[in-house]
Design a protein around this ligand. Structure first.
Ligand code: 4NP
Length: 160
């Protein structure tokens, strides 16, 4: 089984929707026996909390249930997961600070590396938390869905 960890800051908006969408795609494609996934945040601000209701409503609208309890990204996660997906540059920098082991770095990617509509490989999934409106959450959902689809294509092709 290959394991994929989605990481954002609070683990209540972007990374738990990444996990939920990826799990949904695994079901759709009959690939649940090949992959596991989880999500976490580089901060412990919201540890133990459920997903932000705005993100939950948005995912629900697209038929994707979210069921996650926020947790902080740890050194064990860094060592144990096969693939780690950062939502933005700040997440990426904070992930690689968790261990001095440089050999682990190649497994860390920006999720939008896999977004066919991203302008560049270092494009970010924008943080919707302080934007307030549901449009920001819808935009996150669309980006995450496109990117996870391509990510799964690449995993299946053996490209990471
Ligand atoms: P997330 O969004 O990183 O996508 O879960 C945020 C959630 C909470 C905060 C910031 C971003 N916060 O500052 O509390």
């Amino acid at each position: 089984m290959k394991s994929v960890m989605f990481v954002c800051l609070g683990n209540i908006c972007r990374s738990p929707v990444g996990e939920a969408v990826f799990r949904h795609l695994l079901k759709e494609r009959g690939l649940e026996h090949k992959y596991t996934c989880d999500s976490s945040g580089t901060s412990a601000f919201h540890a133990g909390a459920e997903p932000d209701p705005r993100m939950g409503m948005t995912a629900e609208k697209h038929g994707i249930p979210m069921d996650h309890s926020a947790q902080q990204f740890t050194k064990s996660h860094y060592e144990d997961f096969d693939v780690i997906m950062a939502m933005d540059q700040s997440n990426y920098q904070n992930i690689i600070k968790v261990s001095q082991n440089h050999k682990l770095r190649p497994k860390v990617h920006m999720l939008r590396e896999f977004d066919p509509q991203a302008a560049s490989a270092d494009a970010e999934v924008p943080d919707p938390y302080y934007k307030g409106g549901l449009e920001a959450f819808e935009e996150v959902y669309e980006i995450v869905h496109r990117s996870c689809n391509k990510l799964l294509d690449e995993l299946e092709a053996g490209n990471l």
